[in-house]
Every structure is written in C-alpha cells, then in structure tokens.
Design a protein around this ligand. Structure first.
Ligand SMILES: [Zn+2]
Length: 162
C-alpha cells in the first residue's frame, strides 16, 4: 500500500433545505397579538418574576415552564443599551434580498422587561445615538404576524420624570 496521501472521495453538492418548526403556544400568541392589536407580550416567570421579551417558554433563571397565563403586555417604549450602524450590504432574512444601508441596529430593554432585545432603529447617524436614549416601536399598517411587523424602533425625546 502506498504511503502517498490519497485524495478523499468527495461529491460537491448544493442543496436547498427548507424547514419548518413549531414556535410554541407563547410565540403563537405573541405574533397574533402583534398582528391583530399591535401589542408586545412578554412572559413573566411565576417563580422569580423575571419578564422575558420576547416571551420564552422556560425561564432562563430558574427553568420554570411558563404558560399562556404568564404572558404580560409590555410598553411599546424602551431604553437603548447599545447600538451600531451597518454600512455594508447584508442579506435581510425577511426578504432574502440585500437590505438597503446604512441602517441602525440596537440592543434595548422594553419598559417592564428584564431581558434585552435587538431590532432595527430609525437613526443611522451614530453620533446622534447614546446609551440611555428612549425608543418606541413603529408598526406596519398591514401586519403579517412576524417580527417584521415592527418596522423599527424610533428614537424619541421624552421629558424625564422627576
Ligand atoms: Zn424564573
């Protein structure tokens, strides 16, 4: 037998792999309320009280299973905790095409939630963004029951309560 390294046998193949999976009853309710009523639901753990947004089936802190009764409506406003401005073309998973750029993308917490969320923001000049700024959800007029129903979160100016 030759000690010469053999080239491995390969088959080059490009495949299309469509798949679907169950998102669970809490997420179904989340998307129904988003579509029908522009409501933002989170799930509140019955043991530790942590509010997850978007809703989770199991609390990340104490592993308690949550049910539909644990869904709570959250405010449409939140506070910015981090951000970036994307300046290069990127495939938009909602459309499969390239998303127009620049666009803002942020990490924030909705009022009443204990977890962070990421979504698009309307500001594309990063010099105008600061951690602590307030944001508010802007919804599509015709919603389909997916996360794209929230177009982006707009930066808002609010008078701070004393
Ligand atoms: Zn918990």
């Amino acid at each position: 037998m030759s000690k010469q390294k053999e080239k491995p046998f390969e088959i080059k193949w490009k495949t299309d792999l469509p798949y679907r999976y169950s998102i669970g009853k809490l997420s179904v309710k989340f998307f129904e309320e988003l579509k029908e009523n522009k409501k933002l639901l989170g799930s509140k753990c019955p043991k530790c009280g942590k509010v997850h947004f978007p809703p989770r089936t199991v609390c990340a802190e104490c592993f308690i299973k949550m049910e539909l009764k644990d869904l709570v409506e959250l405010d449409k406003k939140g506070t910015l905790h981090g951000f970036t401005v994307v300046n290069y073309p990127f495939v938009d998973p909602q459309t499969g095409g390239l998303r127009p750029f620049p666009y803002g993308y942020a990490l924030f917490k909705l009022d009443g939630a204990d977890t962070f969320t990421m979504h698009f923001i309307d500001e594309t000049d990063y010099t105008k963004l600061k951690v602590g700024m307030r944001v508010e959800a802007v919804f599509k007029d015709e919603r389909k029951g997916n996360i794209g129903d929230i177009i982006y979160f707009k930066v808002i100016r609010e008078v701070q309560k004393p």
